[in-house]
Design a protein around this ligand. Sequence first.
Ligand SMILES: *Cc1c(COP(=O)(O)O)cnc(C)c1O
Length: 427
Amino acid sequence: MNVNKSAPSEIIWPRWPMVDQHKFESSMNKVFESQRWALSGYWTGQPSLEQQFAKSFSEFNGVPYCVPTTNGSSALLIALEALGIGIGDEVILPAMTWMAPATAVLNVNAKPILADVLDDTLCIDPEYIEQKITDKTKGIIAVHLYGSLANMDRIMEIADRYKLFVIEDCAQSHGSIWKGKRVGSIGHIGTYSFQQGKVLTSGEGGAAITSDKNIFKRLEQLRSDSRTLSADGIRLGDMELIEEGSIQGSNFCLSEFQASLLHMQLDDLDELNNQKTQNALLLSDLLNEVNGIQVMRQDKRVDRQTYYGYAFRYDHEYACGVLSEEFASHLQKELNMGSFYLHACYQPIHKNKLFCPWTKKRYDPDNAMNKDYWHSLHLPVSEAAANNTIVIHHAILHATKSQIEHIAYSVDKVLKRIRHKKRCFNS
Ligand SMILES: *Cc1c(COP(=O)(O)O)cnc(C)c1O
């Protein structure tokens, strides 16, 4: 292949987060000056930074309501509760994902039903959803994974037909657009994570967005101990949270420090996402030229794709059966990249050692305790993907053109070296 082989000996890769120090400090100063560090602080005469961020983030996504949370996992949890999902219910979600959505379903004492994914997007397979619907099914969690978008047309069609709720897990897709609509605004609730690695980050953090006022009212109380924000008549020094108590909540509030950081970065999000897209397209063009490599398919209905992780796959046989963990470790060495920046894709939930609900006594035994049930599941597309998919963190998509070329060159080099060492081919 025709790419730049003379990469610098000590490559400096972009790092994440990429926040300007001056902006960072001024966002912290805002909190200092306000004297309000939390939603549960007192009214200072100004809307809290949490509310300022919520307003901007809902406008960004084209919905009227946003409820910030401590993290993406708690956003999923309150989303399920706001939709009234609990004991005896089933929720269908993809096996190929970070475990948080499955854990959230267990945490409301409902049962996660794992579905397989599509081979070329790694997002939930709508046909599989239909096969798994029972009279206990209450909802679907669609995860937009590694920048690919789930087929929201089909998912909403199925949900309408069977009267199911749809939660879009957008922890990896802030700003993506499906047929003119931001992800998260298509289902009943969209949830976000602002954890350190995500494209919009405050270290930890999350949010749930919705267009439904009643759902919003429940989300609000679920995240702040059954309290809502007072409308008017508030005086300086008063609590802004008022005791509503129409649904039992917990404390999942985002602090003012985090809200300020997020608010400050929101203006740049689309622009940064565009830069990533340019390099992702370049990387896909280059990787398409490499023997044995397959890049992800982008659905024609995707108007804008956010890359949280850039995923590509290799032909398992062509690579002499080498598993993704090993392939990734060769590539990490070759590129001098840490495992935060380049790694194998997730193991599917039922194969992921971090998913071990039978160790937790508070779960409904019928849902969680049967280790054999989880291990008996067979979801071939997810399982195959786990073995031959490599993920590059989106920070790397802010690299220079020659660095991107060096990545493609190195993938080719590592693949050839593996083949040379293992000698699994006949010619
Ligand atoms: C990161 C992530 C989450 C969880 O977010 P946290 O903020 O870490 O709790 C949920 N779903 C997906 C797909 C994620 O990538």
